[in-house]
Design a protein around this ligand. Structure first.
Ligand SMILES: Cc1ncc(COP(=O)(O)O)c(C=O)c1O
Length: 507
């Protein structure tokens, strides 16, 4: 390319770049965005339209790809055309998604998030406040530290003695906490790996621990074969006496124990482990207690429900997801260490280009030292913003209202002769089956397959969104009341909807 052509091309590229960064375009697009979002929330929250906009993945991928290719082919757009195209893309996004704010959304443990939290997230996303070291995102770091402090104190940890961090999701949070447990328990394992351990170490878990806990055993080199699952009682909680027997036996054989991982609450059933008794047993045997409170940890903010997590403050490490029961957009997960001195135990690394040795006190505020991530989004911004607007009572209200709805739903199920709840729900996770008389004398395999087919039909039609679970090898329908705008009337409609589709599917 000749110098003249090169210079022309660079001038054109600069023009394109300056359009992409134009604050006026941000204003025009932003105004359209807000209008579209508000209409969407009004429609969806009023229960209009479908919950899940079901389309087979290949069709959605084709549509998304077409948008990219259109832009590559099209001539450069002016500001008005860009704003119009932006609006189309936003509308397309809203029309093809999962509508968690619809009161018929009773599915996974992902909430109808507090919309204002998303606006706070937008500020840090647009201004790109990130964290590895304090100077990259001073306010984002401060916000995160303030949240760790408040939430840790609400759990019951002693201010000044505990520490914590924020990371991208419960899976990474559990991995980080269990890595810390491994390093503290097995001495030199960060440097030497596990090869020097005379006997292979084990991870002792709730029998129905979330798969990310068992996955962590694989990632950390413990091995999934080295997971010891503690039997559950009739309410599917870890049985303390069984845990005690297991730990006695492991200690007698000198098997290194990385940690006991308890659940508050367990994903499939919502069961909360008896943490006070479990903590006492772990202390007796000098074993690290980790509690996966990704879902249930938020109960600590509700005076009515904090009894569910009594004993959380006795754990060595705790995980709590704000993008579950604190109703914050994904992802925002907390790891807490009861003892401040464990905060650096996960990673022992030197990064001279990042951490400035001339101000050693500053390292205390550099998240890169305690987190898997180097560059990390300002994940706690939405939580901090909403808490700073409404106070902690909003989170107590969200926990109380959704747990109360689950009890109402349970009572409704008990009153029906064609539905069968698994048990009274310990939180907002309700497990049940549709069992009309014609299905009852079918084989267990047929009954199970029917639950799955029924769910599929309902979610693809978009009338309700619920999930399935498997317990003791049997299939169930499972709802998590993650939308505080759902009412008892909606839950009655859910039963009618399941009946309607069930009758169509029954052979
Ligand atoms: C108890 C529990 N732990 C961990 C996780 C994983 O969290 P995330 O999806 O944020 O990675 C879940 C997710 O549902 C969960 O229920």
């Amino acid at each position: 390319m000749s110098p003249a052509n090169l210079s022309d091309r660079l001038a054109q590229q600069r023009k394109l770049i300056s359009t992409a960064y134009d604050p006026q375009l941000v204003r025009d697009a932003g105004q359209r965005l807000i209008a579209s979002l508000v209409t969407h929330l009004q429609t969806v929250q009023a229960g209009q339209g479908q919950v899940l906009n079901w389309q087979p993945p290949t069709e959605n991928i084709a549509l998304a790809t077409e948008r990219l290719q259109q832009a590559d082919r099209a001539p450069e757009l002016n500001a008005d055309q860009l704003t119009a195209r932006f609006t189309e893309l936003i509308e397309q996004t809203l029309q093809h998604g999962q509508n968690l704010h619809h009161p018929h959304y009773v599915g996974h443990q992902v909430p109808a998030s507090l919309p204002l939290a998303g606006l706070f997230d937008a500020v840090t996303a647009i201004t790109n406040q990130v964290m590895a070291i304090y100077e990259m995102g001073p306010w984002a770091t401060a916000v995160e530290r303030a949240m760790v402090h408040e939430l840790g104190a609400a759990i019951g940890f002693t201010p000044g003695k505990f520490s914590g961090l924020v990371t991208s999701g419960g899976s990474l949070a559990n991995l980080t906490a269990l890595l810390t447990a491994r390093n503290v328990t097995l001495g030199d394992s960060w440097k030497t790996g596990l090869a020097h351990s005379q006997l292979p170490p084990v991870l002792v878990t709730h029998a129905e621990a979330h798969y990310c806990v068992t996955r962590a055993a694989g990632v950390l080199g413990i091995g999934t074969d080295q997971i010891v699952r503690v039997p559950l009682d009739r309410q599917r909680r870890m049985e303390p006496a069984a845990l005690d027997r297991i730990l006695i036996e492991l200690r007698q054989r000198n098997v290194p124990i990385v940690a006991v991982s308890a659940a508050a609450c367990a994903t499939p059933s919502g069961a909360f482990d008896p943490l006070v008794e479990i903590a006492q047993i772990c202390r007796q045997h000098q074993v690290w207690l980790h509690v996966d409170a990704a879902h249930g940890g938020a109960a600590c903010l509700s005076p009515q429900h904090q009894h569910l997590v009594a004993g959380l403050e006795l754990a060595d490490s705790v995980v709590c997801d704000a993008h579950k029961m604190l109703f914050i957009p994904a992802l925002c997960a907390f790891v807490f260490y009861r003892q401040h001195e464990h905060r650096y135990a996960a990673f022992e690394q030197v990064a001279p280009y990042l951490f400035d040795p001339s101000v050693p006190g500053m390292a205390e505020f550099d998240n890169g030292i305690t987190n898997v991530e180097c560059t990390k989004r300002a994940a706690a911004m939405g939580l901090w913003g909403v808490w700073s607007l409404f106070g902690r009572q909003l989170f107590a209200a969200l926990v109380d209202v959704t747990l109360d709805l689950a009890q109402q739903f349970y009572r409704l199920l008990v009153e029906q002769n064609d539905f069968q709840p698994l048990c009274q729900p310990p939180c907002n996770i309700v497990v049940f089956r549709y069992l009309p008389p014609t299905l009852r004398d079918r084989s267990p395999a047929e009954i199970d397959a029917f639950q799955l087919r029924l769910r599929r039909a309902v979610i693809e039609a978009g009338d309700f969104y619920l999930v399935q679970t498997s317990l003791d090898g049997r299939s169930y329908l499972r709802t998590t009341i993650m939308n505080p705008l759902t009412t008892a009337a909606h839950l009655r409609q859910l039963l009618d909807c399941l009946r309607e589709y069930g009758q169509k599917l029954l052979p």
